[in-house]
Design a protein around this ligand. Structure first.
Ligand code: F6P
Length: 429
């Protein structure tokens, strides 16, 4: 993963980051790296995520999926328990279809289950806590659909969960194959583990290359942002946030990385959105969102930095020659050439408007490249969390709503549920 922070400098963006600021910030990066290294070595909660390229066990994951014969995998999970697998499945060319059930929309769940040949479908149900209502509800619905189709779901279900919890109990009661979530790794940092790698292993994806890509990023971690791409990204995003750029539009120029932008959104929002700080991650796609969101990023409030991601090498498709008026400049070019021109033009257009962007380049979008990107962004996020001085690995703010929903469903007495009923109303219809 190569990072170019040139367009975040104050010679380009207003306000941008001066080189002197980056030099000063590098002192704090060295301290943060020392903290990260100690946390990694001690396998401390959260930091343990950065050890996954070493601690993940691809053979155990392969052994868990080998008995499963399917054409379709249904990943039932939410947040970090779904986005990693969805990113791996949407980025890599797997030889199975992977669907993610990560919401409780009845119409969507019904439609998805009806569209599947359940006799050729396997379920990977994932929940670190083992108690997440949406995941367990969807699993109960999916297994009932298999029952109704005369399919033995116990033969086609793999579980990834913690040592305890409803899902662990269910796995034990039905003797389901179960993998452990990695110890000390919050969901949003767990893609390179038993949480998302089973989808890759089941679909013939190159798990070793994914981990090798992550390992190459791990080896680049050092005490300086000027030598560590991930830290350059994290530190510069932090410095831009401190200067009012509180939105981070993640804009990959590859359709296969669209879901990666969703994965990044959880990582960045749930890790850094605390104590009044953080950056709002916006999901964008290049070149498509040049025609929807770019107007705002160039001419709206001066609060959005853009992260532009692209592979240097990609399969291409020639544009046929044409004698159509005004189109000859396209004829003979290629879609990849056009996309790269769009990438560079968009980057330059932001600079021309004094708006910061960071360029992220991979050699190509493959298993190794994805491993680099996932690990690199995780390390960048952890570094940014150190600089923001916030508890990166917790997400206490999400619990209020869970208690309220549980109370509304009769799952216990929760004052939050009462607050829902006391909503202030001003109806206009
Ligand atoms: O894996 P679990 O425990 O089901 O949690 C799913 C997701 O829900 C959250 O806890 C937020 O509610 C995320 O941090 C997590 O990725």
């Amino acid at each position: 993963m190569e990072i170019d922070i040139g367009n975040a400098l104050d010679s380009v963006a207003t306000p941008g980051v001066s080189r002197a600021t980056l030099e000063r910030l590098d002192g704090r990066v060295a301290d943060a790296h020392a903290r990260i290294e100690a946390g990694l070595d001690g396998r401390d909660h959260g930091y343990a995520a950065l050890a996954l390229p070493e601690t993940a066990d691809p053979d155990a994951i392969q052994a868990a999926v080998d008995p499963i014969d399917c054409e379709t995998l249904l990943v039932v999970g939410i947040g970090g328990s779904a986005l990693g697998a969805a990113t791996v499945a949407d980025t890599l060319d797997l030889d199975i279809e992977v669907h993610t059930l990560d919401n409780v929309d009845p119409a969507h769940t019904r439609e998805l289950l009806d569209s599947l040949d359940l006799s050729r479908t396997a379920i990977h149900v994932v929940s670190r806590s083992g108690t997440t209502a949406e995941t367990l509800a969807n699993f109960l619905v999916a297994r009932e659909a298999m029952d109704a189709a005369g399919v033995d779901w116990t033969e086609r279900t793999l579980v990834t969960t913690g040592q305890a919890g409803n899902l662990r109990n269910l796995a034990e009661r039905h003797d389901l194959p179960a993998l452990d979530v990695p110890t000390g790794v919050p969901g949003r940092f767990s893609a390179l583990s038993t949480v998302a790698l089973p989808a890759a292993a089941l679909g013939g994806g190159d798990v070793e290359a994914l981990l090798a890509g992550a390992r190459s990023e791990a080896e680049s971690l050092s005490g300086s942002l000027f030598e560590t791409p991930a830290y350059a990204y994290g530190a510069t995003s932090y410095a831009l946030a401190q200067r009012g750029w509180r939105v981070n539009a993640m804009m990959p120029y590859a359709e296969s990385l669209e879901t990666f932008a969703e994965w990044f959104a959880q990582l960045w929002a749930e890790s850094l959105g605390k104590e009044g700080v953080g950056q709002l991650p916006a999901r964008a796609l290049g070149a498509t969102d040049q025609h929807s969101q770019l107007q705002l990023y160039r001419a709206g409030p001066r609060n959005a930095m853009v992260t532009l991601v692209r592979p240097r090498d990609r399969p291409d498709l020639p544009i046929p020659e044409t004698d159509l008026e005004g189109l000859s400049y396209l004829g003979g070019a290629s879609l990849g050439g056009l996309l790269d021109a769009e990438f560079e033009a968009t980057e330059a257009s932001l600079a021309a408007a004094g708006r910061p962007s960071i360029r992220v380049e991979l050699e190509r979008v493959d298993a190794h490249g994805l491993g680099e990107l996932l690990y690199g962004m995780e390390a960048a996020c952890i570094l940014a969390g150190e600089l923001f001085s916030i508890p990166t690995f917790e997400q206490p703010a999400v619990e209020w709503g869970k208690r309220a929903a549980r109370g509304l469903l009769g799952g216990g007495e929760f004052e939050e549920a009462r607050a829902v009923e006391e909503k202030t109303r001003l109806l206009i219809d």
